[in-house]
Write a protein that binds this ligand. Structure first.
Ligand code: NAD
Ligand code: MG
Length: 389
């Protein structure tokens, strides 16, 4: 059997760590490269285990402290900065590039992998939210592909295989509802950072955990689904399913509903993204159907959780709105993580930024990233103003 090679971008994060666990258990896989931002001690431990010939980190300071942490006799190339991540994403002899970077910083590496016609195992949903319009046609031109790692999209990807678009009535994304499911706006005024970080079903990085509490995560996923599967926003529905057993569904025109079920465990979609179109024995626990007592569903509450509504609107509008949605969300979530703003202010700030946006036609990644930078600056200024009160 031939050896396959993977690059893991964002190796030290929640998805990156689980991807390395999966690779370790799968047969015939090697790591060609891995990256982190500043967390060089973790990256050094991981690199000592897998010995990839190339690593990438945020800057030269991170590179020199990484070197000090590597074991004697192991001297990988260490790339740095945005260009370093792009170079790592575009190593010529690699079969799969897993992009598990968080945020808009993932766009350029996704494009770099796509340019070489690679398989992109995509966890970084922000790449599609801000750059779907250029990433998808690029993949078509180069013969590359995305296998989504996001559990909902991975489920839908599996359900759509071998079907014609005309047979599909709706894509139905499930949402756990997060830690504040059922809360009124009044009770959300009192929630703390610690409450928001306490997700009932999933153990994830801090940004996506807060996105799950506001329902912005589902909003970003609606836009992600639009680009990945080419369905209009009218055909993308969201249903709250607190048990997170059904990872998503498709509704066919004849009324059949097809669902993908499994443990709420990201190692399952990660494994699938590596092995597709083949299957290998599960690296994680299987679901025992007889242990499930409840599978329940409800409408999402967009009064208490306006982020989902804002994302649908921004997706429909296009014209830079999804870039503004994503950038203002990243800045607002980071301010919430620093306890500078309250939970409800996250969505309020995003709404303000969207209202101020002037529609623009974005054709290049540099134009997208320039709007991303401007929005970050404006959002920070707005937060300085409201948090000084
Ligand atoms: P995380 O915060 O745990 O890890 C992020 C990784 O990216 C780390 O390795 C970090 O060093 C690196 N990183 C951070 N900022 C960077 C930057 N500016 N440039 C380059 N690298 C940077 O995040 P996570 O929870 O693993 O999520 C990663 C991505 O996967 C996100 O887009 C998230 O939405 C998506 N996702 C995560 C889960 C999950 O269960 N964690 C599920 C579905 C989708
Ligand atoms: Mg998801």
């Amino acid at each position: 059997m031939t050896i396959k090679k993977a690059t893991i971008l964002g190796a030290t994060g929640s998805i990156g760590i689980q991807a390395l666990e999966v690779i370790e258990k799968l047969e015939n896989w090697e790591i060609a490269g891995m990256s982190c931002f500043q967390n060089v001690e973790s990256l050094a431990d991981q690199a000592a285990r897998f010995r990839p010939p190339r690593l990438a980190v945020a800057d030269s300071a991170a590179a020199s402290s990484l070197k000090k942490n590597l074991p004697a006799g192991y001297q990988p190339d260490i790339l740095t900065g945005s260009a370093g991540y792009e170079e790592l994403a575009a190593l010529p002899d690699v079969d799969v590039v897993l992009n598990a970077i968080v945020g808009a910083a993932g766009l350029k590496p996704s494009l770099a992998a796509a340019r070489l016609g690679k398989r992109l195992a995509l966890a970084n949903k922000e790449s599609l939210v801000i750059g779907g319009r250029i990433l998808m046609p690029l993949l078509r031109d180069t013969g590359g592909e995305i296998i989504p790692v996001d559990s909902e999209h991975n489920a839908i990807f599996q359900l759509l295989e071998g079907r014609q678009q005309e047979e599909i009535e709706n894509l139905i994304l499930t949402a756990s509802g997060g830690p504040f499911r059922g809360y009124s706006t009044a009770s959300l005024e009192k929630v703390t950072l610690e409450d928001a970080l306490d997700h009932p079903n999933w153990d994830m990085g801090s940004k996506i955990t807060i996105d799950s509490a506001t329902l912005m995560n589902k909003g970003l996923e609606v836009i992600e689904a639009h680009w990945l599967f080419g369905f209009s926003y009218d055909k993308i529905k969201v249903v709250v399913h607190p048990q997170s057993i059904i990872h998503s569904l498709i509704e066919l025109i004849d009324g059949s509903l097809l669902a993908e079920l499994g443990q709420p465990d990201m190692k399952i979609p990660i494994q699938h993204a590596f092995t597709h179109p083949n299957r290998q024995n599960a690296v994680s626990d299987k679901l025992a159907l007889t242990e499930i007592t409840d599978l329940t569903f409800q409408e999402p509450d967009t009064e208490s959780f306006p982020a989902l509504k804002l994302a649908f609107q921004a997706g429909r509008q296009g014209q830079g709105y999804p870039v503004v949605l994503n950038a203002s969300n990243e800045v607002a979530v980071s301010a919430f993580l620093q306890k500078r703003i309250a939970f409800l202010e996250i969505s309020y700030i995003i709404e303000e930024m969207l209202e101020k946006h002037q529609p623009v036609d974005l054709k290049e990644s540099d134009e997208i990233l320039e709007l991303d930078r401007q929005t970050r600056r404006k959002t920070k200024e707005f937060i300085d103003k409201i948090s000084d009160k």
